[in-house]
Design a protein around this ligand. Structure first.
Ligand code: AMP
Length: 249
């Protein structure tokens, strides 16, 4: 059984994003990039399923610029068997990525796709859902536990007020939540081994997908600087401030 894991190259979560001076986007020059944290969780889950004997092959895929190869090498070092880069310099939007992944699924025929629930750069939370729609298959988003049983997957999701467990017929799409697992660190020997694992490169045209952006970013601005807090002496002052100054009560 094959699992496909889409991994996105994003700005490292430790880096404070800066907006470009002309407001056209986020400044990525000389910024540390890394694998989207939810995708690390997805790779970890796929590798654990392989280690448990339920999965035979883990294929990582990244769509974007040539530097996404670094992200794919990181996935290979975590235990993916091989990788595919869908190479394009066009800024990809979730629908374009979902279409590319659908075209790749038609070639690779995975039984399961495990995506991150969202990419921490655009925070879209759309790609996995759109992919499931394009594949016309079941989806379980925000998974906190995954168990494979025969031809189905039992997925536990955190919902308001409790846990929901879904049974999905495979093939299916699962998106990972933070509590699904704690990804391992890649060991040096595995990083070295990853250099020898294969990365195939394809283009959107080879997959027959038009990735032209459908959305236009009008302007990107920094959030307003947070005002300093103030300690008030008593409740009466607090109520008066909320009423007369903040005007929220
Ligand atoms: P988003 O819908 O943009 O929040 O992304 C959700 C998930 O889709 C990510 O966690 C990845 O698993 C996958 N994904 C999004 N963009 C890409 C990309 N360019 N390459 C590979 N996977 C992606």
């Amino acid at each position: 059984m094959k699992v496909l894991v889409p991994v996105k190259r994003v700005i490292d979560y430790n880096v404070k994003a800066r907006v470009k001076a002309d407001g056209s986007g986020v400044d990525l020059d000389n910024v540390k990039m890394a694998m989207n944290p939810f995708d690390e969780i997805a790779v970890e889950e796929a590798v654990r399923l392989k280690e448990a004997g339920s999965v035979s092959e883990v294929v990582a895929v990244s769509c974007g610029v040539a530097a996404c190869q670094e992200t794919l090498r990181a996935a290979l070092a975590l235990g993916a068997d091989r990788a595919v880069l869908v190479n394009t310099d066009v800024e990809l939007q979730p629908l374009a990525v979902a279409k590319l992944l659908k075209a790749l699924c038609d070639r690779e025929l995975p039984s399961l796709v495990i995506c991150g629930k969202q990419a921490i750069d655009d925070d879209s939370n759309q790609t996995g859902q759109m992919l499931a729609a394009l594949l016309d298959c079941g989806q379980a988003t925000f998974a906190s536990k995954v168990k494979l049983e025969g031809g189905s997957a039992m997925v536990t999701r955190e919902v308001d007020g409790g846990l929901e467990t879904l049974s999905l017929e495979l093939p299916a799409v699962i998106t990972t939540d933070l509590r699904l697992n704690e990804p391992r660190y890649a060991t040096l020997p595995n990083i070295m081994k990853a250099k020898k694992k294969p990365i195939d490169t394809l283009t959107p045209a080879e997959l027959g997908v038009d990735v032209a952006p459908r959305l236009k970013t009008l302007k990107v601005v920094e959030p307003p600087t947070r005002q300093a807090g103030e300690i008030v002496p008593d409740i009466a002052t607090l109520v008066s401030r909320l009423k007369n100054q903040a005007k929220v009560i």
